[in-house]
Design a protein around this ligand. Structure first.
Ligand code: NAG
Ligand code: NAG
Length: 401
């Protein structure tokens, strides 16, 4: 295992730990937020109903700008203009956007338990913009009704976007898998399969299991134990689909080095994270490193298997800033900057399209909740800012397959 993998391994597992503690503190934040709003309402009622409503309204609108649930529900400068306010398909196209990307990685605001709150109006705006950048969108999970919301947004905007739905399970709690499987099933029953290109079961399950066991080998005993669990879930999803009489590829997602052999034998496709930023690669070598490590670590091993799962890059991209000065530069001396995102776009996107590399660019927009809760570069990977305005970048003009 190379130094690059070591860096990736450490950074990704650190990310996981951060994500877990972030989930806890986000829950605490919502409880606190709820009591503040509640208190304001009570004060308002005591003073008089009119005053109460006014104060409650201003309280919830100021708090919503710091929550993931509703920050993009309102209008902002990046929102597409609709010629008919009642018809989401009547949005105006932005001449700066091109369908240059094979796919985009996307998490709607308010789509992570227990802080659900994803809103159709916000998802519609996201889809209106994403549909001008790509034909494919990858979701990570199916909690908070996100599969149905995105399919509904595609229906209402009438855009040509296909989804890779996700089931983000928890190895310690089968019900997390089951509830997302049922949500996916219901979404298929409601919306059909025309806009679904895959269902990804598992995100970094092997990475987490192997890291928790203080080992590194995805094919060792800890990796195999988690792999068996994943295989059971993948088979279960396949049988749910066959009961419905539909045929959709079922895949898995993990960090590039962490594909387990049992899982590889069962998955129809694999999504592998390849992050030059976290691997400490300089910006000049970032695109080449991504192509090489994806090919060596994922494409070639998968092609050697009897079932030949199709491999995609699950995430790759470049952050444009950091919430703290310490992490503004990666271990290879490259900065998180808009200029470097532009370089990565210019060196990666059109070459990947030309070479037939399937990838999900990470990611559609800056995520406010990640910036607040994880700090560092976590909230700054978007092509757009948090308000959906395009960053100061030029989208490559090649067209993705
Ligand atoms: C999920 O979203 C769809 C599409 O907007 C909506 O029709 C449905 O009522 C939602 N379900 C729940 C439980 O919120
Ligand atoms: C795990 O096993 C798979 C399938 O044999 C193989 O392609 C992959 O390289 C192995 N992973 C490691 C890190 O050895």
């Amino acid at each position: 295992m190379s130094n690059e993998n070591d860096a990736l391994y450490q950074n990704t597992s650190m990310q996981q730990t951060l994500e877990k503690s972030a989930a806890r503190s986000r829950r605490a934040k919502w409880i606190a937020l709820g009591s503040v709003v509640g208190l304001v309402v009570i004060i308002g009622l005591a003073v008089g109903l009119g005053v109460g409503l006014t104060r409650n309204k201003s309280s919830s609108s100021s708090s919503s700008s710091s929550s993931s649930g509703s920050s993009s529900g309102g209008s902002s400068s990046g929102d597409p203009v609709q010629t008919d306010p009642n018809d989401p398909s009547s949005f105006e196209k932005d001449p700066n956007l091109h369908k240059a990307f094979y796919g985009l990685a996307y998490t709607p605001d308010g789509a992570i338990m227990p802080d659900c709150g994803a809103e159709l109006s916000a998802v519609i705006k996201d889809i209106q913009i994403m549909s001008q950048l790509t034909n494919r969108v990858r979701l990570y999970g199916s909690d908070c009704n996100q599969s149905a919301l995105v399919l509904e947004a595609i229906k209402q905007t009438k855009v040509d976007v296909k989804l890779f739905l996700g089931n983000y399970p928890d190895i310690t709690d089968d019900s997390v898998y089951t509830r997302q499987r049922d949500a996916i099933k219901e979404a298929i029953q409601t919306y059909g399969t025309d806009h679904i290109e895959g269902i990804t079961v598992g995100n970094e399950v092997i990475l987490n299991a192997v890291t928790d066991a203080n080992t590194e080998d995805p094919n060792g005993s800890a990796g195999n134990a988690a792999g068996e669990k994943l295989v059971a879930w993948i088979k279960d999803t396949k049988s749910m689909l066959s009961d419905l009489g539909v045929d959709i590829p079922v895949g898995n997602s993990d960090a590039a080095y962490y594909f387990n052999k049992l899982v590889m034998a069962e998955m129809d496709y694999g999504l592998a994270n390849d992050h030059p930023w976290f691997a400490g690669v300089s910006i000049d070598e970032a695109a080449e490193w991504t192509f090489t490590s994806f090919d060596e670590e994922n494409v070639q091993p998968a092609a050697a298997l009897p079932n030949k799962p199709k491999m995609y890059i699950a995430e790759t991209g470049w952050p444009t800033t950091s919430a703290d000065k310490d992490s503004l530069t990666n271990s290879g001396g490259a900065d998180a900057s808009v200029a470097n995102l532009q370089t990565f776009l210019d060196t990666f996107v059109c070459k990947a399209n030309k070479d037939g590399v399937g990838y999900f660019f990470f990611e559609f927009k800056d995520e406010e909740w990640k910036r607040i809760k994880y700090g560092g570069v976590e909230g700054a990977w978007g092509l757009t800012n948090e308000d959906r305005t395009l960053k100061d970048i030029k989208i490559p003009t090649c067209t993705a397959p």
